[in-house]
Design a protein around this ligand. Structure first.
Ligand code: 13P
Ligand code: SF4
Length: 300
């Protein structure tokens, strides 16, 4: 009898499908994916595939971005309830008002936002290219939505730019406390500290390296050190352990994103089998949202 993994491989071939998975997904989902990466890597990969079907293991905004970049393809999300909490903290109407209130400033939007919000943005960014995108703006300032922590990190790296911050945040990264980091450092005094820029400024101040999940992986792979405190979502441990054999990683164990665990082998098999849970977006939203996403990819 075929195992679930074997059925997924067969269905993938029959459907001419590709499976993309974020670094926070369950280990077994990462293991059956064709590509695992951070938000930027996944967006770029979504533009490069010649598959007819993209199964996107991650949260809904990521699958929507794949659809925006591939309107002619079938994009499936294993569980449509996998919604990023931060992406809910901003609406298209609020962006339109913020634009009117800040003439001369461009709206830079973190990809952790809905497709209808992206349709109102001037340019998108991810955690790996946000500083480059903002510093390359011709305008003197920007309205940065929706993550106030990434926004304030970007502002600290772009001193010439006047940046208006939104008040959104990731509840998982926001929950990582200075106290937790101090305890991890005391328990592992030789470890280097890596932090995701969605963490609070006072947590970032304790980090040796700040960057996206893929930047963390590249740093750990290349570093001569063998022990790291990793201030991000715990799903990242699997990617690090697979790619950095023999190295040790310590996480704030409570930092877990439930939405990122909703893609399972069973839900992946199910959507491949019935082509269900298709990402559908109004044509006008896709057209308008593609400009800021493509502008970001061109800059990266
Ligand atoms: P990365 O782009 O660094 O993978 O981050 C995505 C995310 O949702 C972090 O919480
Ligand atoms: Fe959204 Fe935070 Fe989950 Fe990333 S970890 S998907 S920002 S809720």
């Amino acid at each position: 009898m075929e195992s679930v993994g074997e059925r997924i491989v067969r269905l993938k071939r029959e459907r001419n499908a590709v499976i993309l998975a974020h670094n926070y997904c369950l280990p077994e989902v990462q293991d059956i994916a064709d590509y695992v990466g951070d938000s930027l890597g996944l967006s770029v990969r979504a533009t490069e595939t010649d598959a007819d079907v993209i199964v996107f293991c991650g949260v809904t905004f990521m699958a929507e971005t794949a659809k925006i970049l591939n309107p002619g393809k079938t994009v499936l999300i294993p569980d449509p309830a996998a919604v990023c909490a931060m992406a809910q903290m901003c609406s298209p109407e609020q962006i339109v008002s913020a634009k009117a209130a800040n003439p001369g400033k461009e709206v830079v939007g973190y990809v952790n936002s809905t497709a209808s919000c992206k349709a109102e943005m001037d340019v998108c960014c991810t955690s790996s290219n946000a500083v480059d995108i903002v510093s390359s703006l011709k305008s003197e300032g920007a309205v940065f939505v929706p993550d106030r922590n990434l926004g304030s990190y970007v502002a600290s790296r772009c001193p010439g730019k006047d940046i208006v911050l939104w008040q959104g945040f990731c509840p998982i990264h926001q929950s990582i406390s200075v106290q937790q980091v101090r305890e991890l450092k005391a328990a592992h005094p030789g470890a280097e500290v890596l932090a995701h820029p969605e963490c609070r400024a006072e947590v970032l101040a304790l980090a040796d390296v700040i960057g996206s999940t893929e930047k963390m992986l590249n740093h750990c792979r290349e570093s001569s050190l063998d022990e790291f405190i990793v201030l991000t979502e715990v799903g990242m441990r699997h990617r690090l352990e697979v790619n950095c054999p023999g190295k040790r990683f310590h996480f704030p164990e409570s930092a877990m994103c439930g939405a990122m665990k909703m893609a399972t082998l069973e839900t992946v098999e199910s959507v491949l089998s019935d082509l269900g849970n298709r990402v559908e977006l109004p044509e006008e939203v896709v057209e308008r949202a593609r400009r800021p996403v493509e502008r970001m990819i061109r800059r990266s």
